[in-house]
Design a protein around this ligand. Structure first.
Ligand SMILES: Cc1cc2nc3c(=O)[nH]c(=O)nc-3n(C[C@H](O)[C@H](O)[C@H](O)COP(=O)(O)O)c2cc1C
Length: 142
């Protein structure tokens, strides 16, 4: 079995939908076992979500999706990361996960693993390309 980790962050549900479609597509590959994981939310953002009906609904929709751990990254044979854009970069929530991977980096545990990326923006030409390019940078080191 080949383990494919699909890990994403989503506040308003667009990246969630993409992640579900990516996971569905990956699960059709013979021999693939797909793990769908969300990224841990920040406490400060959770408090903002409390005040926002649309974001609250999206948070509820994601309750049953497990939060991604470093062990999920370790056990994956390939990883697909999804994040909305924040001015041409990934979200800080996704970056927080990436910044928690020094134990993987120290042992070269992610070396050679294939990776893919997806993003969502509000505007046409809102920064899809720069977001995907900047998301790639840490992966080149990890
Ligand atoms: C702080 C901040 C910065 C953003 N920057 C951009 C941007 O530069 N370009 C853009 O098109 N959308 C931008 N967005 C909008 C989101 O990336 C976009 O709505 C995305 O589809 C939301 O994904 P989600 O529904 O999975 O949360 C920004 C949103 C926030 C909160």
């Amino acid at each position: 079995m080949m383990k494919i980790l699909v890990v994403y962050y989503s506040m308003y549900g667009h990246t969630l939908k993409l992640a579900q479609a990516v996971a569905e597509g990956a699960s059709k590959i013979p021999g693939a076992e797909v793990m769908l994981r969300r990224v841990q939310e920040f406490e400060a953002v959770d408090q903002i979500i409390d005040q926002n009906e649309a974001a609250r609904q999206v948070r509820e929709q994601q309750q049953d999706i497990p939060i991604c751990t470093v062990d999920d990254l370790r056990s994956a044979d390939g990883v697909i990361f999804g994040s909305p854009t924040r001015y041409g970069n990934m979200t800080a929530q996704m970056k927080q996960l990436i910044d928690s991977t020094s134990s993987l980096w120290l042992n070269g545990e992610m070396e050679g693993k294939p990776a893919g990326l997806f993003t969502s923006t509000a505007s046409t030409h809102g920064g899809q390309e720069t977001t995907l390019l900047t998301m790639m940078v840490p992966l080149l080191y990890l």
